[in-house]
Structure formats: structure tokens, C-alpha cells
Design a binder for this molecule. Structure first.
Ligand code: SF4
Length: 331
């Protein structure tokens, strides 16, 4: 069950006495966010809006929505990072999943015995790292936890940022991800090219995602080669506050034009196949917002992310693309 740090929210409201607040969180915890909003209105008799648009990460907080609403405090819930705020009137609130890993951790010991592994996880299960480390260590597994960097805590990864995992690449045999997210685990496998397992406490299951990650990579590479044949490109700048990358967008435009390609600039908040279908005369797109939009979704035309776009330029220049996804940060 997801536990939101409501004590912190109530303390902020008591101290700052806002006329209204807004709350948002990842889709998976929206029901709990709704409950917290109801409690706020009951306790303080103020409007508490649930901003129900997506918030995939601290790159996508929807502070614009909060500003339009005029809410005096925005609580972004569930993206635990190593800081409490990124701008004025925004408060980042922790949300932890209280599910236990004891059973599934014991289950994976036969598979991992004698190996050196690195434990990694997402925001919701960070507090379980030490406990799982102890269980595995007691059973003969050499466990490492990589150091945090930027917004990341020790052992934490985002979908496009893998510092704690990458720094141990040469020291470990495999990665073990705590939680249910094949999305995060596949990112680790792609950025390290090492076997990666998910310890899923809900299904009490240990599953390997290495093959799934390879499929994502094949699809991403195919899109790059298809894009290499394109004559006209659309370069899409993302309008989410932490994903705005105009400089890279303009740079890639210039580089493609040097290779004889025609390039048009676009800007979008949500980059979806449906939105792109409206745009005519474009053979392939490059979106410089969230890289996982390209690697994890289906599009009618090639839609490349930043690392794929860099690989595309290499192909056009007849260079080797190498392990273009084996990077600590895909942006
Ligand atoms: S993968 Fe990266 S850019 Fe995409 S939502 Fe997550 S943190 Fe943001």
C-alpha cells in the first residue's frame, strides 16, 4: 500500500495558511492522492485540486497547471529525490510503498548465490534497500549499492538516468531491481548491458528483464536506420518544464541540415502518435524531451530520442554507432 507523508503536507498548510493547494503524483498513486486531497479540504476547509495530468518525474511536475489554478502550494507526491523543492511554492512529498520484500528476496538467493550484484530501485522502495541488502548478504551474495548523483539518492534510478547503477558496471555480475517496474529495470539493462532482475514483491516473483530490454533496443535501432533514409525531419521540443531542451533541438536541426535533410521545428506537451498524425510532410521525427517516449511507445513513423538522434548522425556520417544507449544519462 502507498503511504503518503501527509504529516508533512498538513504541517506545510498549517504554517503557510494557503487559500488553496494542488496535488499531483504518478498515475499509479492517484487514488491515494485523491484521498489526501479530500482530507485536506475536510481538515482545513480550502480547495485542494488534484492535478490529474501525468507527472512522470521531477522533469514533469506540471507547475504550470498549479500556477494557472492559482494554488498557493503545489504538493508533488511520490518522486522522492535528494531535495525537497525545485521552485517556490512547490513541495516534493515522499510516498513509500509499505510492501515487504523478505519473501521474494529469499526466493532469489539460489539464482544469485556467489555473485556480486548491485541493488537498485525507484522512489517508492528506497527505504527497503538496507533490509534487502542484509537478507542477500546473509545468504552469500555480495551486494553493492551505487552512490547517488544529481537528484538521485544512493541506489535510485530514473527511467533515463542511471548513475548509481552505471558506476558499478565493472564491479558487478548483475543488477537486482526492487519493485514492479520493468520500465526502470529495462533502462538499467540497456544502460549497462548486464543481466537485470526484478524482485516483484506483489507477485512474489523474480523475473529477468534482459531479453525485454534487448527487444526495446532492437526496436530503437531499427527506428534509427529507418530515419536515416528520411528526407524531411520534424524536431520536437518538449514543453514539460524539466524536459525543455531547445539548445539540443536547434543543434540537431543544424546537424541534419548539414547532411542535406529538410527540418521543421515543433513543440508539444504530450508527444503521442495521435498528435504526430496531424503533422504532414514529415518522414521522421526527433523528439528531445523524455527519451523513453521513443523507446517504449509505438509510432507510425520513426520518432527518435536524444541518444538515438546522436546515433543517427553517426550513421549519416558513416561512423559506427557503438553502444549508443550504454550511457549514465540519456539526455
Ligand atoms: S525517463 Fe527521464 S525524462 Fe522521462 S519522465 Fe523519467 S526522468 Fe523524466
Amino acid at each position: 500500500m502507498i503511504i503518503i507523508d501527509e504529516e508533512r503536507i498538513f504541517k506545510e498548510i498549517t504554517e503557510k495558511n494557503p487559500a488553496s493547494v494542488s496535488l499531483n503524483g504518478p498515475d499509479g498513486i492517484l487514488p491515494q492522492v485523491q484521498e489526501t486531497a479530500m482530507k485536506i479540504t475536510k481538515e482545513f476547509d480550502i480547495p485542494a485540486y488534484v492535478l490529474a495530468d501525468t507527472t512522470w518525474g521531477t522533469c514533469d511536475l506540471n507547475t504550470t497547471g498549479a500556477k494557472i489554478l492559482g494554488s498557493e502550494i503545489q504538493f508533488n507526491i511520490g518522486h522522492t529525490i535528494n531535495t525537497e523543492s525545485l521552485e517556490e511554492n512547490l513541495v516534493l512529498i515522499d510516498a513509500f510503498d509499505d510492501v515487504e520484500f523478505d519473501s521474494v528476496a529469499k526466493k532469489c538467493t539460489e539464482l544469485l548465490k556467489g555473485k556480486t550484484i548491485s541493488l537498485v530501485t525507484d522512489s517508492q522502495h528506497l527505504h527497503q534497500m538496507d533490509k534487502v541488502e542484509k537478507i542477500l548478504t546473509e545468504r552469500g551474495i555480495d551486494v553493492r549499492i551505487g552512490k547517488g548523483k544529481g537528484q538521485l539518492n544512493d541506489g535510485q534510478v530514473f527511467g533515463c538516468e542511471f548513475y548509481p547503477a552505471s558506476e558499478l558496471k565493472k564491479e558487478v555480475d548483475a543488477y537486482v531491481f526492487l519493485g514492479q517496474s520493468n520500465f526502470h529495470a529495462a533502462g538499467i539493462a540497456l544502460s549497462t548491458s548486464l543481466p537485470t532482475y526484478v524482485l516483484d514483491p506483489y507477485f512474489n516473483e523474480v523475473r529477468e528483464v534482459t531479453e525485454f530490454a534487448l527487444q526495446l533496443k532492437k526496436k530503437a535501432t531499427l527506428a534509427i536506420y529507418k530515419a536515416a533514409d528520411a528526407k524531411s525531419f520534424g524536431v520536437i521540443v518538449g514543453l514539460k518544464e524539466g524536459q525543455l531542451s531547445k539548445i539540443f533541438g536547434l543543434k540537431i536541426k543544424k546537424e541534419l541540415e548539414k547532411e542535406g535533410k529538410e527540418v521543421q521545428l515543433f513543440a508539444l506537451t504530450d508527444i503521442t502518435n495521435d498528435r504526430l498524425r496531424n503533422l504532414k510532410g514529415i518522414d521522421a521525427f526527433i523528439q528531445v524531451a523524455c527519451p523513453r517516449i521513443s523507446t517504449d511507445n509505438q509510432f507510425d513513423k520513426p520518432v527518435l530520442s536524444t541518444p538515438q538522434a546522436n546515433a543517427l548522425l553517426k550513421i549519416l556520417r558513416k561512423e559506427d554507432i557503438g553502444e549508443y544507449l550504454e550511457k549514465q544519462h540519456w539526455l
